[in-house]
Write a protein that binds this ligand. Structure first.
Ligand code: NAP
Length: 350
């Protein structure tokens, strides 16, 4: 028997969709992703990108700071039994994701720790296959598989993954090989600033290698990085090669000037972190939905989460290369749930 709603993905979009569809008694099934080495390396483990961050300062409802004083002056004690005035740092990403997951489970969401690796959207109900061998059918689908961090595509990046090459400083930064050693971050956006600043807690020095002479990052994050004494920017440079050997892993990074292509420099480093943007996790769809030129699913109707296939809805970063925030992902997850619920009702699949 086909499920009424299958949700693929377990970031804020997936859980928001699950909370809403379970409260609508649609008994959703969430394929939250498989726990595999490949998923770990490419940053696609269950709970998504937010589970790979530390503090989340911009998700409404989880402020940092001295809330006790603020709350005492703003709302009387008897009315604030759910408020937690002891937080000093807002929410942590992993915590926030576990709470969203639990919230969905509390309303009856079934969670399967597996990847959907194949879908057939050409007939209805839709057919899905999982990595673990499940073959399931669904009347409606909500795709919320998010996006993952990019690498430059160098052979040497591949060779030293797990041996000093990473795309997630927060996940890997604290391991011994990076302590008190020089490290390299490539990129010039907010991610690069965030990763480099975070890595200064561990490394003796952090180089940011950027291909232009100005950052794409927001001013506040760029200023924070530039003001950090441990950070040195290698402007107008790209990475030629990650240097290393089988025994020691990464030992350095060869950079090449974008102004004078004959000029290279070898930076000594035990870690190399790629922070050069993201790719949507849409490979398993094999082009069965309309996508934009970067591979993000296209929302086909303004203000709706409809895709090019009726009954298939998309939410979160997998369909959004513009806002890419936890709050917008959760918002579009909610929208997808309501869109799916209404579509199922209109088609009589209640
Ligand atoms: P991004 O803004 O797209 O920046 C990617 C950076 O990588 C750019 O500086 C780009 O250089 C560089 N790059 C891309 N391909 C490259 C290549 N092949 N070789 C060398 N350099 C390359 O990506 P992001 O930093 O991941 O940020 C994505 C979104 O998330 C943004 O909207 C950002 O504001 C947001 N974000 C926010 C926070 C926060 O607020 N805490 C943290 C992280 C991310 P060019 O500049 O030359 O194109």
């Amino acid at each position: 028997m086909a499920e009424r709603v299958i949700i693929i993905g377990s970031g804020p979009a997936g859980w928001a969709a699950a909370i809403y569809t379970s409260r609508a008694n649609l008994e959703p099934v969430v394929y939250e992703g498989a726990i595999t080495e490949e998923n770990r390396l490419q940053g696609t483990l269950p709970l998504g990108q937010l589970a790979l961050t530390t503090e989340v300062e911009n998700y409404p409802g989880f402020p940092a700071g001295d809330l006790e004083t603020y709350l005492d002056s703003s709302i009387e004690k008897s009315k604030r039994k759910h408020m937690t005035p002891h937080q000093k740092e807002g929410a942590s990403g992993p915590e926030l994701m576990e709470l969203m997951r639990q919230q969905a489970v509390n309303f009856g969401t079934k969670v399967v720790t597996d990847d959907i690796v194949e879908v057939d959207l050409s007939s209805h109900p839709f057919k899905l296959k999982s990595l673990g061998g499940d073959e399931v059918e669904a009347f409606s689908l909500i795709i919320a598989t998010g996006a993952r961090a990019n690498y430059l595509g160098l052979d040497s990046e591949e060779r030293f993954k797990n041996m000093g090459v990473s795309a997630c400083a927060v996940c890997d930064g604290a391991v011994p090989r990076f302590r008190n050693k020089p490290l390299v971050v490539v990129g010039g956006g907010d991610s690069a600033m965030e990763e480099a600043t975070f890595l200064t807690k561990f490394g003796s020095k952090v180089y940011i290698v950027h291909r232009r002479d100005e950052f794409r990052a927001s001013k506040i994050m760029a200023d924070r990085a530039l003001a950090n004494e441990k950070i040195e920017v290698k402007w107008n440079n790209t990475v030629d090669e990650v240097l290393g050997n089988d025994e020691d892993g990464v030992t350095g990074v060869r950079i090449r000037s974008t102004v004078d292509s004959d000029q290279t420099e070898d930076l000594e480093a035990t870690g190399y972190f790629a922070a050069i943007g993201h790719t949507p996790n849409t490979g398993f769809l094999k082009g069965q939905l309309e996508m934009n030129d970067k591979g993000y699913i296209t929302w086909t109707t303004p203000q709706r989460t409809y895709t090019s296939v009726e009954g298939v809805f998309a939410a979160g970063d997998v369909a959004d290369d513009y806002y890419r925030q936890a709050i917008t992902a959760a918002g579009t997850g909610c929208m997808a749930a309501l869109d799916a619920e209404r579509w199922l009702a209109a088609k009589g699949f209640e």
